[in-house]
Design a protein around this ligand. Structure first.
Ligand code: ADP
Length: 219
């Protein structure tokens, strides 16, 4: 289970972006989180991905209470969650060729030797040709870079996936392709998905269950 219990989080303790949020996700489940822009969804998604320390509340991941966030999160928990953000460019090191960007988590966890075959397999899944893998972020489109960012999120085979407005900047065909990649991965591995967004049509089509921001926070 991925459980967020009574999470208060933000950037100013006097005015938190998220107040008292509860969310729980079962393995294999796809949960959509819907809410208007600015309500705090990304902040909560970053807490769920162990990238942002909440001011209050508890995150429990596969039975472990998380006590460290961001670089203080234990590697075994950090690598259990893959995350894809709305904007691929700030999430991508501009110096890396796409093949190295996808392989980055393998290198960071001392598994560099697995990179060759794993990157090739994921590139095919997400629809990145060999020519694109040799390019750097400024030489590809947003959609192509987002494909690479999704491949990077899957490279360690996470048990949980957080997609924060993953398709908001993409055209309809790239959106459909990337949602299909996530769904194939979920069907194959039993991973749980938290998909954050503002488009009810997309989330209803994509996710088994959708909750609205108002249902998960204190008022
Ligand atoms: P959503 O994802 O629903 O659009 P966010 O979680 O991005 O909402 O933002 C919630 C609130 O926190 C907004 O008022 C936003 O301006 C603010 N916020 C987001 N990121 C930061 C940051 N890095 N520093 C300060 N305030 C931020």
């Amino acid at each position: 289970m991925l459980e967020l219990d009574d999470i208060t989080a933000g950037y100013d303790r006097r005015a938190p972006a998220v107040r008292g949020a509860h969310l729980s996700l079962r393995p294999g489940e796809s949960l959509g989180l819907l809410g208007p822009s600015g309500c705090g969804k990304s902040t909560l998604a970053r807490v769920a991905a162990l990238l942002h320390r909440p001011d209050r509340g508890t995150v429990t991941l596969d039975g472990h209470t998380v006590t460290g966030f961001f670089h203080r999160a234990p590697r075994s928990l950090r690598t259990a969650v893959g995350v894809v953000f709305q904007q691929p460019r700030p999430a991508a090191d501009p110096r890396l060729r796409l093949r190295d960007l996808v392989a980055e988590p393998l290198r960071a966890t001392g598994r560099r030797t697995e990179a060759g075959p794993r990157v090739a397999e994921l590139a095919e899944r997400v629809g990145l040709g060999a020519d694109l893998l040799s390019r750097r972020p400024h030489e590809v489109s947003d959609g192509q870079l987002q494909r690479a960012c999704l491949a990077r999120a899957l490279v360690l085979r996470p048990r949980w996936l957080v997609c924060d407005e993953m398709t908001a900047m993409l055209d309809a065909s790239t959106t459909a392709a990337l949602v299909a990649v996530v769904e194939d991965y979920r069907a194959e591995t039993g991973a749980g998905l938290l998909a954050v967004g503002h488009d009810p049509v997309l989330l209803d089509r994509w996710c088994g269950r959708t909750v609205h921001w108002n249902e998960i926070v204190k008022h």
